[in-house]
Design a protein around this ligand. Structure first.
Ligand SMILES: [Zn+2]
Length: 268
C-alpha cells in the first residue's frame, strides 16, 4: 500500500510533467474507482492550467487555474504512469498536456479515488476536515497536547489520522524504534523529551524514504517508472525474529489488527 513517502514522490514526479501545463485532454475510462468519479470531471479539467501540485496526508493534490483541485488517493495498488507506451487495461484516468505528455492513473484493485474539490474549500472537505497536522511539520508540544490524558497505546494513537495525518504502519513502527519508545506505552505518559525524539525520528524515517523514492512494497512504481528501494533499510518492520543491532531480537505482535514490529530491549 502506498504510504506518505510514495505519495510525496508521486506528487514530485507528476509535477515535472504537469506543472504550469494546460490539460489538452482528460479521459475517465470508467465511472468509478473506490467510489464514483465526478461526472463533470472531464468538462471541468479540460483546458485548465495546472497551477500547483502538493500533498495532504496520503492524498495528492493537483490545483488548476479554475479554482478546482483534483484530489487523488492511490488506495492499495494505484500509481501514475508517465508517458506509457500503450494504454493498459488498468489505466483508468488519463491526462494529456498541451506539450503532448501523458500521465495515466493505473489502479488494478481500484481502491483509489479521484475527486474534484473547490481549492478554497479543501480544508472543509469531509476527508480533510478532521485531519491532524502533517508529520513533517509536527511540533513536539502540539503532539504532547494531542496525546495528553490518552491511555491508548502510542502506536495506535500515531496511526489515528486525527492526531497526526498520513502516518502508516511501517513508518510508525520504524519511528518508535528509533525513538526507543515501546509501542504499547500509553500515549499520554510519554515525556516531552521523548516526544521530541519521536518527532525527529518521524521526520527522519519519512525524509529518508522520500529521498530513496518510496518503498518497493507491493507494486508501487514512481511516476518515472523507477522502483524505490527503501524497504532494505527498515530496522524492525517485517523483520520478526531477526537480530537488532543491540544483540536482541525483533518481535512482532498484533495491535489494533495490524502487525507491530519492535525490539523489546531498545524500546521502553
Ligand atoms: Zn534492540
Amino acid at each position: 500500500m502506498p504510504e506518505l513517502p510514495e505519495v510525496e514522490t508521486t506528487v514530485r514526479g507528476l509535477a515535472k510533467v504537469l506543472q504550469y501545463r494546460r490539460l489538452a485532454s482528460v479521459e475517465a475510462r470508467r465511472p468509478d474507482l473506490r467510489r464514483a468519479l465526478p461526472v463533470d470531471l472531464g468538462q471541468r479539467l479540460t483546458g485548465a492550467r495546472v497551477s500547483g501540485l502538493r500533498r495532504r496526508a496520503k492524498y495528492g493534490l493537483i490545483d488548476t487555474d479554475r479554482g478546482d483541485t483534483l484530489v487523488f488517493h492511490l488506495g492499495m495498488s494505484g500509481h501514475w504512469r508517465v508517458d506509457p507506451g500503450a494504454i493498459g487495461k488498468h489505466d483508468h484516468f488519463i491526462l494529456q498536456t498541451d506539450d503532448g505528455r501523458v500521465v495515466a492513473l493505473n489502479d488494478a484493485r481500484r481502491f483509489g479515488s479521484l475527486d474534484l474539490v473547490a481549492t478554497d474549500e479543501l480544508e472543509d472537505w469531509p476527508p480533510f476536515k478532521a485531519l491532524g497536522p502533517e508529520p513533517l511539520d509536527l511540533d513536539p508540544r502540539e503532539l504532547q497536547r494531542r496525546l495528553a490524558g490518552r491511555t491508548a497505546a502510542i502506536k495506535l494513537l500515531l496511526l489515528d489520522q486525527r492526531i497526526v495525518a498520513g502516518l502508516g504502519n511501517i513508518y510508525v513502527c520504524e519511528a518508535l524504534y528509533r525513538a526507543g519508545i515501546h509501542p504499547k506505552r500509553a500515549g499520554g505518559s510519554v515525556s516531552l523529551r521523548r516526544l521530541e525524539r519521536l518527532v525527529r525520528a518521524i521526520r527522519d524515517v519519512l525524509g529518508e524514504a522520500i529521498a530513496a523514492g518510496g518503498s518497493t512494497l507491493k507494486d508501487f512504481a514512481s511516476p518515472d517508472g523507477e522502483l524505490g528501494y527503501f524497504s532494505k533499510a527498515f530496522a524492525v518492520y517485517d523483520r520478526e525474529g531477526r537480530p537488532c543491532g543491540c544483540g536482541g531480537t525483533v518481535r512482532r505482535f498484533v495491535q489494533g489488527g495490524r502487525s507491530t514490529f519492535y525490539c523489546p530491549r531498545c524500546q521502553r
